[in-house]
Design a protein around this ligand. Structure first.
Ligand code: HEC
Ligand code: HEC
Length: 332
């Protein structure tokens, strides 16, 4: 918005320059995003786990990185993050710039041995691109972070049938989807957390998630152990250990009230992001809706109060949050 207001004061030439610089920065980030050579085994790119055709998720319960090493969390969609203030299922990072070195240096993701290893590989492969966009700085921790963050910020979901409906086209939703919408914001209580404001379908807050039975007996030990660890050690343990990952927000805040809480995910493009939940434990959208109805009933609502037809209209509504256009890789 700020930019739009400024436009009339900029000359046409300056406007063009600032736009092309922004585009050049994002396409530098795009080149990094799709580059498998930035990994310990030469086979993993950001796009391995954040595939454009799956709304930037990977279709797996938990993702697999270099040398097939398995992580402990489900890869979230990366669309519409420009307004997000806290990142990851537990909110452990508060800016995209601060976040992007994490996957590159995490053993279960790109698996590179620290920032200097990342910078050496970027230098070897992308020195020219960086010299063009950052003639004075070249490849540094900051310029790599700026480029990747710029690419991520422009991954905006294309309009969905629901957006056309909100813009006044009543026919954009089928009658069943309109009934689902009414339940979503009404009796079923979904919009309490998956809030419609800013179109993101999240409140950005942390609520209880389900921990698999097998992990429950290990939680007291895990919760006690992390209290003694430095933030860096806690961060490294989250992708490496399912018991620590299941602590949710607690592993970041160390507040008992945050045990097993996870950030409400956006529901944009949710039909393309199966499987669901922080650990990918729910295979289908219909099952995700069933689980949410069971755990998060509104005050006074019994599970049986929603008929099978009500539940399928909720699923149908969620399908209307998916953009018909599938994003593709554009630049490199
Ligand atoms: C091996 C799979 C894998 C790779 C490779 C990977 N990611 Fe991720 N990404 C994940 C998982 C899993 C999470 C969720 C982690 C968590 O919440 O603890 C995630 C989370 C994120 C988030 C947070 C999104 C949100 O809604 O909070 C961003 C941003 C992100 N990744 C960007 C990147 C970028 C940029 C790269 C490349 C430099 C990358 N990822 C590489 C699996 C991967
Ligand atoms: C109290 C807040 C809250 C309410 C109410 C709520 N949700 Fe959620 N929802 C969450 C949280 C938190 C998660 C993630 C849980 C996890 O990862 O274990 C989630 C996950 C989901 C997912 C999986 C998304 C993904 O990408 O993995 C779907 C689908 C979903 N909710 C739909 C609904 C529907 C439909 C309703 C209404 C019946 C609803 N939710 C009510 C907080 C809420």
């Amino acid at each position: 918005m700020g930019l739009l207001l400024l436009m009339p004061f900029l000359g046409a030439a300056e406007e063009r320059t600032s736009r092309t610089r922004g585009e050049a920065l994002a396409s530098l980030g795009e080149a990094l995003f799709f580059d498998t050579s930035l990994s310990a085994d030469g086979a993993v790119a950001c796009a391995t786990c954040h595939r454009p055709d799956a709304a930037f998720t990977d279709g797996r319960a938990v993702s697999r990185g270099a040398f097939g090493r398995q992580g402990a969390r489900n890869a979230p969609s990366l669309m519409g993050l420009a307004q997000t203030r806290e990142f990851f299922w537990d909110g452990r990072r508060i800016s995209l710039e601060a976040l992007v070195m994490d996957p590159l240096t995490t053993a279960e993701e790109h698996g590179l041995a620290g920032e200097s290893a990342v910078l050496a590989l970027v230098q070897a492969r992308h020195a020219k691109g960086f010299a063009r966009v950052f003639p004075d700085e070249g490849v540094t921790r900051e310029t790599v972070a700026k480029a990747l963050a710029a690419y991520l910020r422009q991954l905006v979901p294309a309009p969905s049938p629901f957006d056309r409906f909100q813009a006044g086209d009543a026919q954009a939703l089928l009658p069943e989807q309109r009934r689902g919408f009414a339940l979503f914001v009404g009796r079923a209580g979904c919009a309490r957390c998956h809030r419609l404001e800013e179109g993101a379908f999240t409140d950005g807050a942390y609520h209880p998630g389900e921990v698999p039975l097998a992990l429950v007996p290990r939680q007291p030990d895990a919760a006690r152990n992390v209290l003694g660890w430095e933030p860096e050690a806690r961060r490294a343990a989250i992708p490496a250990r399912a018991d620590v990952a299941a602590l949710g927000r607690y592993a970041v805040s160390l507040r008992a009230a945050d045990l097993g809480r996870f950030r409400t995910p956006s529901l944009r493009n949710v039909a393309r992001t199966a499987p669901y939940m922080h650990d990918g434990s729910v295979p289908t959208l219909a099952q995700a809706v069933e689980r949410e109805l069971y755990y998060r009933k509104s005050e006074g609502l019994q599970v049986g109060d929603l008929t099978p037809a009500d539940r399928s209209s909720l699923v149908a509504f969620l399908q209307a949050l998916t953009s018909p256009q599938v994003p593709t890789q554009t630049a490199p």
